[in-house]
Design a protein around this ligand. Structure first.
Ligand code: GLN
Length: 298
């Protein structure tokens, strides 16, 4: 593995310019296969030294020295090079307009799920009701629930999580972002019987990776909780449960929104159609891959 210090320049002081420091860190991350090594190096430096990425880049352009401890920076870069998730090292993950707290034990929110949130938010905003009820099942860090609770602030949002470690992160995020939303520690199959037949929008990003599939990215494979990833032989075990729970919770005309993998649109539409759902439709993400299926409760 490449060392943080270029060979052949042993006399160069560790505090040489910030720009050189970032360049070397970028190379270490690139050698480790990190997909966006320059961005990650910059974000880790900005995080460590408590400045914005813009301020960091301006300082590098001016030829400034590193604004703080370079050994601590090298240590963070080494952890990232071992493919610890960037978001665990900074302690936060961006999701739409939110900055959510994340770390070991919780699924890191993904950019493609922002589009799933949009489907739920659009459906929620279209409900002609002063306080429509929305539910997020398997909320993880709280991303989908908190997007709805903040972007449709008049909605009554409920979220369920049944993994202790994830629940702890969700609790922190709910308290910080939307203390008015309801977070329950419960299996999604049993969630919220008191809301039966009253929910306008039910959204979920369930585990949907087939058990035998191995996620490509080490950050996912080694760090995301298996219970948030794997959904049985075909990946659809939890989707089948969601279909039943959706028929119980949603009011007639209510909208179900389920995130899934790019090859799962057709089988999910088929299983929802067989359960009696109406208007099943699959939606693509920004990479033009099937990413979510919606359906209307009959
Ligand atoms: N989209 C996830 C991934 O990148 C899979 C998440 C899930 O199963 N909900 O691996």
């Amino acid at each position: 593995m490449t060392s943080l210090h270029e060979s052949g320049t042993p006399s160069r002081p560790a505090s040489a310019g910030l720009s050189a420091l970032l360049r070397r860190a970028t190379q270490v991350l690139a050698d480790a296969g990190v997909p966006t090594p320059d961005v990650d190096a910059e974000l880790l430096a900005a995080h460590l030294w408590g400045i914005s990425r813009g301020q960091l880049l301006a300082a590098a352009l001016r030829g400034d020295a590193a604004p703080g401890d370079t050994a601590a920076f090298d240590a963070l870069i080494a952890r990232r090079a071992s493919r610890e998730p960037l978001q665990h090292l900074t302690g936060t993950a961006p999701f739409r307009h939110l900055e959510l707290r994340v770390g070991p034990g919780v699924f890191v929110p993904r950019p493609e799920t922002e589009m799933v949130a949009q489907l739920a938010i659009d459906a929620l905003r279209a409900v002609p009701d002063a306080a429509p009820v929305a539910v997020d099942l398997g909320t993880g860090s709280g991303a989908l629930a908190l997007a709805m609770a903040t972007e449709v602030p008049y909605a009554r949002v409920h979220a369920a999580e049944n993994a202790v470690d994830a629940f702890v992160w969700a609790k922190e995020n709910f308290a910080a972002v939307a203390p008015h939303a309801v977070l329950a520690f419960v299996d999604l199959a049993d969630a919220f019987p008191e809301l039966d037949g009253t929910v306008s929008v039910l959204v979920s990003n369930p585990p949907y990776v087939p058990d035998a599939a191995t996620p490509r990215d080490p950050e996912v494979r080694n760090w995301d909780p298996p219970s948030a990833l794997y959904g049985g032989e075909d990946g659809l075990d939890v989707v089948r449960v969601l279909s039943g729970v959706g028929l119980r919770l949603l009011r007639p005309g209510g909208t179900l929104v389920i995130e899934h993998g790019e090859w799962q649109g057709a089988p999910i539409r088929a299983l929802l159609d067989a359960d009696g759902w109406r208007a099943t439709a699959t939606h693509r993400d920004l990479t033009v891959r099937d990413r979510a299926t919606t359906a209307i409760r009959p």
